[in-house]
Design a protein around this ligand. Structure first.
Ligand SMILES: NC(=O)c1ccc[n+]([C@@H]2O[C@H](COP(=O)([O-])OP(=O)(O)OC[C@H]3O[C@@H](n4cnc5c(N)ncnc54)[C@H](O)[C@@H]3O)[C@@H](O)[C@H]2O)c1
Length: 248
């Protein structure tokens, strides 16, 4: 019960990782504001039974007013935010750079980079000193990936923003770390595999040293560690949960 009395905001809460992370935080006693993109995603949260408060809020993370609104909602619920999981993200079509659609590039940057930036910009002022932020990067935030220039660029940008934020808010005791998952069993990984391994039954899981996909719960365990006092001297870091995908 590491999060009893702690108030945590998570974006992308209706997705595969967001749901598992929300469930884990709640199981350890957190009050959670689950930010979802669409109204209908709220029902996915119904299976979680909170011990504290579980509230959902619909917002587009690329929209300044809507980001301000979710930060303000958390503040009005609790008076202060202790943890923030900047998790919403997208990946689009697989194409080499010369064929990569500019609209896809702009969309990925808007959600994955601008969304994460806006989240920190409007949550930091409402955070309690000593709080913890986890920005969701990717294994593809530290290595390249042919055909997904926007995703890879955006996830590298998150690493840079995480380090910058850690420098800026360390004097308030606020820690900012990046989580870097590898291939996690879920719609994002399976959709990418369909394009990358088209016509074969190869999976990303078999390409990593541990020989399997990760589970959303594997990621939730690391995020919970980074939000908790168990990682109290870690900031500005990038933590892999990737089955060894990025092992040199
Ligand atoms: N699944 C993986 O293997 C994997 C690996 C590395 C990193 N990640 C990252 O983890 C995060 C979660 O991924 P996931 O696997 O749960 O994917 P997912 O597609 O299941 O969930 C992503 C969530 O982000 C939300 N979202 C997208 N655009 C939004 C917007 N404009 N405003 C608000 N919400 C928006 C979606 O509604 C969705 O619920 C992403 O940032 C992703 O890049 C995932």
């Amino acid at each position: 019960m590491r999060f009893t009395g702690k108030n945590i905001v998570i974006t992308g809460a209706g997705g595969d990782l967001g749901l598992a992370i929300s469930e884990r935080l709640i199981s350890e006693g957190a009050n959670v504001l689950a930010v979802v993109e669409r109204e209908e995603e709220r029902t996915k949260l119904d299976k979680i039974s909170p011990q504290g408060v579980l509230e959902s809020f619909v917002a587009d993370v690329t929209n300044t007013e809507q980001v301000k609104a979710y930060a303000e909602k958390a503040f009005s619920l609790w008076g202060a935010i202790d943890g923030f999981v900047n998790n919403a993200g997208i990946q689009t079509r697989v194409r080499p750079i010369v064929d990569f659609p500019e609209a896809d590039f702009d969309r990925v940057m808007a959600v994955n980079v601008r969304g994460v930036f806006l989240g920190m910009k409007y949550v930091f002022p409402r955070m309690r000193d000593g709080g913890s932020v986890v920005n969701m990067s990717s294994a593809l935030g530290v290595v390249g990936g042919a055909g997904i220039v926007a995703y890879v660029g955006s996830k590298h940008a998150i690493v840079g923003m995480t380090k910058t934020a850690a420098l800026e808010v360390g004097n308030r005791g606020i820690r900012v770390n990046a989580c870097a998952p590898g291939p996690i069993a879920g719609s994002m990984t399976f959709k990418l595999a369909e394009e990358v391994f088209a016509g074969s039954d190869k999976t990303f899981g078999e390409t990593v040293p541990l020989g399997r996909h990760g589970t959303p719960e594997d990621v939730a365990g690391l995020v919970a560690f980074l939000l908790s006092d168990d990682s109290r001297y870690a900031t500005g870091t990038v933590h892999a949960v990737d089955g060894g995908f990025t092992t040199p």
